[in-house]
Write a protein that binds this ligand. Structure first.
Ligand code: ATP
Ligand code: MG
Length: 426
């Protein structure tokens, strides 16, 4: 019978890869905690209308990427394509936004029916960060400072660059949209197919078209910058100043408009050149209108989401995976002969008490000296501890380095933890 396989674009994350995932996740968790962000966990499925009303009917996501289905009651449900909508829904539903500020984050799988390719999948994972109730550019700056710290802690250094833009108030965008449509309408036939369609549905998205012909027409098109309202302009100027003082380098990219309806004022992306076309590792912006649009009181909001697959791909591609994220084992404790089994389990237990954070694997299942040492070697551990008849008699243990040519030595069991602690620290 043919074996059943995973769904295209939905990946298994295998045991060799999970240490790197855990490194990225725990680093993010630690950094977010340092800034006082609190974790929130939402369901993976929401009512379809939530996404239609928040992301917007004429966006790529809602038009063609959502996994939407009818459940047994005939309700239209959707696997979440992103986290902001669900986060706002949950925060509103539980009164988290009333007269207060909130700094929230979440992580988990997202689902989009896109063409699978490197850095683009149908189930992928994001860490999302959202901040509610703060109006000024200081919080926009904080989010960008936080992300810069995260790249540092991940060892990414300067491999991600920041692009920012302001897309103004909705009134300003509306006026600009009119001017853009008037201008591009004259050249409709010369636009690429997607852009022709977007001229009627979502003309701002034409600004980030990759088509050379369309790009050429755009050089003389009206500029969003010239239509910005005074408040958005002031907000953007202040943000730039705050970033300058914080020492966060950025470029202003006037073509950056983001694909979702709910953004306004600040938008930003962290981009790398090392992943080809899927170079955006983190994206977000301000969305002051969304809470009200979903039935709540007007609430300032700003946030971003980063794609974990792309971050992990980047660390891998650049060879920046730290040792701790590569190794699944530190010490492998063998037991030679029936009599050694219980003492070896006890010795391993003692090592776990003493060697905080270290991975101690007990050999289970018996076998010859040779086969146990082979398994010790394959485990990735740096040291094998050998317990046999002689060692039991003398309350010692054999200690054998597995990644050098050094020979085996004999250590008193009472000294073993201290000796290993020192050896592993090198
Ligand atoms: P893109 O322009 O690459 O399609 P997007 O604007 O659709 O990205 P967002 O909705 O802003 O992406 O999601 C935030 C981040 O999530 C992206 O910057 C990216 O890192 C990641 N991401 C988005 N879609 C996918 C996907 N299909 N597979 C893997 N990661 C993704
Ligand atoms: Mg997309």
């Amino acid at each position: 019978m043919a074996k059943i396989q995973a769904i295209r674009g939905m990946n298994d994350i295998l045991p060799e890869q999970t240490p790197l995932w855990q490194f990225v996740e725990s680093t993010a968790r630690r950094v977010l905690r340092q800034y006082g962000y609190q974790e929130i966990r939402m369901p993976v499925v929401e009512q379809t209308d939530l996404f239609k009303r928040s992301i917007g009917e004429v966006t790529d996501i809602v038009e063609k990427e959502m996994y939407t289905f009818e459940d047994r009651n005939g309700d239209s449900l959707t696997l979440r394509p992103e986290g902001t909508a669900g986060c706002v829904r949950a925060a509103e539903e539980h009164g988290l936004l009333f007269n207060q500020t909130r700094r929230l984050w979440y992580t988990g799988p997202m689902f989009r029916h896109e063409r699978p390719q490197k850095g683009r999948y149908r189930q992928f994972h994001q860490i999302g960060v959202e901040c509610f109730g703060i109006q000024g550019p200081d919080i926009d700056a904080e989010l960008l400072i936080l992300t810069a710290r995260l790249w540092q802690e991940l060892g990414l250094g300067t491999h991600a660059r920041l692009e920012i833009n302001s897309i103004g108030s909705s009134a300003a965008r509306k006026e600009f949209r009119g001017a853009l449509v008037d201008y591009l309408g004259q050249y409709k036939a010369q636009l690429d197919e997607d852009s022709q369609r977007r001229l009627d549905t979502n003309p701002l998205r034409i600004l980030d078209s990759k088509d050379p012909g369309t790009r050429k027409l755009l050089t003389d098109a009206p500029r969003l910058e010239d239509y910005l309202d005074a408040e958005s302009r002031e907000h953007f100027d202040q943000l730039k100043k705050l970033l300058d003082v914080a020492g966060i380098a950025y470029t202003v990219n006037p073509a950056l408009v983001r694909g979702l309806d709910y953004y306004g004022k600040t938008v930003f992306e962290w981009v790398t050149d090392s992943l080809g076309a899927q170079g955006t590792i983190c994206a977000g912006g301000r969305y002051d209108g969304l809470v009200e649009q979903l039935g709540g009181k007007p609430t300032s909001a700003v946030g971003f989401a980063m794609g974990l697959e792309r971050l992990i791909l980047l660390l891998d591609t650049l060879g920046l995976v730290p040792e701790e994220a590569n190794s699944n084992a530190d010490v492998y404790v063998t037991a030679m002969g029936e009599a050694a089994v219980a003492p070896a389990l006890a010795l391993a237990e003692n090592l776990r008490d003493e060697l905080e954070g270290r991975v101690v694997i007990s050999h289970c299942g018996g076998g010859s000296f040779k086969s146990q040492m082979k398994k010790a070697g394959r485990s990735g551990a740096r040291y094998a501890v050998i317990l046999g008849e002689n060692e039991l008699e003398n309350t010692t243990a054999g200690l054998k380095p597995l990644r050098s040519d050094e020979g085996q030595s004999s250590v008193a069991q009472s000294d073993l933890a201290a000796v290993l602690a020192k050896a592993l620290a090198n």
